[in-house]
Design a binder for this molecule. Structure first.
Ligand SMILES: [Zn+2]
Length: 785
């Protein structure tokens, strides 16, 4: 568990100058361990923190944004003011155990009688103070309120008064979304109008905090040429706003960075405004995307945002077929890596049919909604139900969140303030998404990431995303770092990876990893070529990166030859006699004894391999598929390396895989590719994996530690892994045999199952705890003490 404060810390709310009072308070807090309560209108919590010997001791009082863990949101439509039944919703808040609600307040339209000029009233508001009524009701019930804004757009009458506050194209035409006009982030709309609204709402209603559905303005695909933007860009960079997209142009790159910086300014400015109006805990926390590509397209620098955020609000409502439910767990772990595991991440989770297709007013199948919530919780995300509209004819929707919210409430102490346990780190950076991925980030960044992480999940190997700037900070816990086609990388990040390897850490790099600077300029060789034991061949290609970038989008009829071949001295595979087995294959190729080739699908260029390296796979160039008569290898053997093991170091195990097996696996899900990646990962990590799970089915496993106990969360993805969304029933799996490596302070004698509640016994062998779960429907959480 991440320690919030040492017990000796002075907290302003704890009267430490009066020891008696302090002791009494402590005794009371102890009884209320981990429970939320309210004293004299001041929302505080006693957070029970266990010390190193496992005694639970409250040591700090927490502001609301560190303790509210379940949220509800009825996204108010303009029709709702005449049909919003507050009594009914108040009961629904209670029934679903929410501690906080997100209520539409202002921005595009106001749900209260605003006096700010041009702050348009919602169409059916009719003088009603709906936001105010809801806010007061929530506060009466001890429920925290996030006032929801939307800064992104405004109506025509606003545009007509202040056309210079809106984003325009190079011809001077305003950008529109439907009937609404897009506001410019560099204009007084953001500097004056929005702060005025925030101030008004804060003074009138005292919500605990503010969020904003769409605060970051125009996305990356659109350039604003308004006078405000021209002036600001020229002041900051001395340059004119670029005429179009050109990632090789320094002005365009600076335009990208300038856009990121402006969003951070808005973040800070809005926080200053709300804190000045509502006190130091009245934070502003705009919505963020659950994917790095989404953050990049919206100029939201996730690392910098997390550096300044007290809480993260995610707009990531459902899965895609490509990435599955497991993406939500990945997202939670990635953001906690930036934010810290002691802060909270909340995610808007659609109870309606969100995704593909979207039906705002129809209930999503319960298993589909529930699995997304469960995978979020497994990755450290807190649940937040989301409906659009205050009345529903599909009343089934109201029954979806209750059971999981109730379970969350019962088991909350095991679901927050915990430290992840994993020995494999997968490295990422937003710079790589931007300046290497550019317009093809799905192909160049997301597919390789998905291939690696899916191979890890499939092999039941716990992993954590690691930001490339945090390698030094986080490396102590890892045996292995993986660079999944991490093309763009800075010199400082390279230095940190070298340090990790020098200290004995393993390294796997794939594709074009380290071949570009942080701006996406080609390097003459892999920056870690000496560690890879492999280099680019300058004779072959003046700019190998560019060519591969283009070629990566296609699939080719290519193969990889495993080395050495196991059948030797025979004329052919069916020569009528037992083949002479010569040579011994590397352990990385285990399981492929009955084949000398693997399907591939990508292309490879010749490179240079150092003599001390071992080439485990070589490239078989493309040959026809159709017609079948032509489907024979024109060039069965080359010396173009697909997988290289650097054997020169005794300390570290290093593998470089120019063959884009990770991207191929992310795209096509071929088991051979997943098995090969899993073999490689186990070898490079020197088998230092703290978990062994034996069962049929696709499961996602995470381990967390809290003082005195380990928490094992296993999610059954078998149904989802079988077919595309939505799922409408669970396929139970079991028996599931689990072996977890114990930490020093956990004996492994105690076991509690938080979902099935069945009683199991454990055995302990050589520092591992072993137990068998009979059946898992959707998920199970095991607490080991
Ligand atoms: Zn502008």
């Amino acid at each position: 568990m991440t320690k919030m404060h040492n017990s000796g810390n002075k907290h302003p709310d704890l009267p430490t100058e009066n020891q008696n009072e302090s002791n009494n308070r402590r005794s009371f807090l102890k009884k209320a361990a981990a429970a939320t309560f309210t004293i004299a209108n001041t929302d505080i919590i006693a957070l029970a923190v266990e010390d190193s010997i496992g005694q639970r001791e409250p040591v700090a009082e927490m502001p609301w944004y560190r303790r509210v863990t379940r949220w509800g949101q009825t996204n108010i439509t303009e029709k709702d003011p005449i049909q919003y039944d507050i009594t009914w919703w108040r009961k629904h808040w209670k029934d679903t155990n929410v501690q906080g609600v997100i209520i539409n307040a202002g921005g595009i339209v106001a749900y209260y009688p605003s006096k700010i000029p041009l702050h348009r009233q919602a169409q059916y508001l009719g003088g009603r103070d709906l936001f105010g009524d809801l806010c007061r009701t929530a506060h009466e019930d001890g429920i925290t309120v996030f006032a929801r804004m939307d800064s992104n757009r405004a109506h025509e009458e606003f545009y007509n008064v202040h056309p210079d506050w809106f984003a325009i194209d190079s011809e001077g035409k305003p950008y529109k979304a439907g009937e609404l006009y897009i506001t410019c982030v560099n204009s007084p709309y953001y500097n004056e109008h929005i702060p005025a609204i925030l101030g008004e709402i804060s003074r009138l209603y005292k919500p605990e905090g503010f969020t904003d559905n769409s605060w970051s303005g125009l996305g990356r695909d659109t350039i604003c040429y308004c006078e405000n933007c021209k002036k600001s860009f020229s002041q900051k960079t001395g340059k004119e706003i670029p005429r179009g997209r050109n990632w090789d142009d320094q002005a365009y790159r600076e335009w990208i960075r300038w856009n990121y910086d402006r969003r951070l300014e808005i973040w800070d400015m809005n926080n200053s405004t709300t804190k000045a109006a509502g006190g130091p805990d009245c934070i502003w926390s705009g919505m963020n995307s659950g994917t790095i590509s989404g953050q990049s397209r919206s100029f939201r620098d996730f690392k910098e945002i997390c550096n300044r955020a007290d809480i993260i609000m995610l707009d990531s409502q459902s899965r895609s077929d490509a990435s599955g439910f497991q993406q939500n767990s990945d997202t939670g772990k990635l953001i906690h890596g930036l934010l810290g595991w002691d802060k909270l991440i909340h995610e808007s989770m659609a109870m309606y049919q969100a995704g593909r297709p979207t039906f705002r007013l129809a209930s999503k199948p319960v298993p589909e909604a529930r699995m997304w919530m469960i995978e979020g919780i497994a990755g450290g995300i807190q649940p937040w139900w989301h409906y659009v509209g205050a009345t529903h004819e599909d009343r089934r929707i109201y029954h979806t969140p209750g059971p999981i919210f109730s379970w969350h409430k019962t088991n909350e102490e095991f679901l927050i303030n915990r430290s992840p346990v994993a020995t494999v780190g997968v490295v990422w950076s937003q710079q790589n998404m931007d300046f290497y991925g550019r317009e093809e980030s799905e192909l160049l960044v997301e597919l390789p990431w998905r291939g690696i992480t899916q191979a890890l999940i499939r092999a039941r190997i716990p992993y954590l995303p690691v930001n490339a700037d945090h390698i030094d900070r986080d490396s102590g816990k890892f045996s292995l770092l993986i660079l999944p086609n991490l093309g763009a990388i800075s010199d400082n990040q390279i230095t940190m990876i070298r340090r990790f390897v020098k200290n004995g850490g393993g390294l796997i790099a794939t594709g074009e990893s380290t071949l570009y600077t942080e701006w996406g300029d080609s390097r003459s060789d892999y920056a870690l070529g000496d560690l890879f034991g492999a280099h680019t061949d300058k004779q072959q290609q003046t700019n190998p990166g560019k060519t591969l970038r283009r070629l990566a989008s296609e699939t080719y009829h290519t193969y990889l030859r495993l080395s050495p071949e196991l059948r030797k001295n025979v004329d052919g595979p069916h020569a009528g006699k037992e083949p002479e087995i010569s040579g011994k294959r590397h352990t990385v190729l285990k399981g492929f004894e009955e084949t000398d080739i693997l399907s591939f699908g990508g292309l490879l260029r010749p490179g240079i391999t150092e003599p001390a390296s071992e080439v485990l796979m070589t490239f078989i160039p493309p040959f026809p598929i159709y017609p079948p008569e032509t489907a024979w290898m024109r060039e069965p053997k080359t010396d173009i390396a697909g997988l290289i093991i650097n054997t020169s170091s005794v300390e570290s195990r290093i593998a470089f895989m120019p063959a884009d097996i990770d991207r191929q696996f992310g795209r096509y899900n071929l088991p051979d590719h997943g098995n090969l990646l899993a073999n490689l990962i186990r070898w490079a990590a020197k088998d230092n994996i703290p978990l062994i799970v034996e069962c049929a089915g696709l499961v996602e496993c995470n381990i967390y530690s809290q003082p005195g106990r380990l928490i094992f969360h296993i999610v059954n993805l078998t149904s989802a892994g079988t077919w595309r969304q939505p799922i409408d029933e669970y396929i139970p799996i079991g028996p599931v045999k689990v072996k977890i490596k114990l930490s020093k302070e956990v004996s492994g004698k105690g076991l509690q199952l938080l979902v099935s509640k069945s009683k199991l016994t454990t055995s302990v062998e050589k520092g591992w705890v072993i137990f068998t779960i009979n059946s898992i429907s959707d998920h199970e959480v095991a607490v080991i003490t």
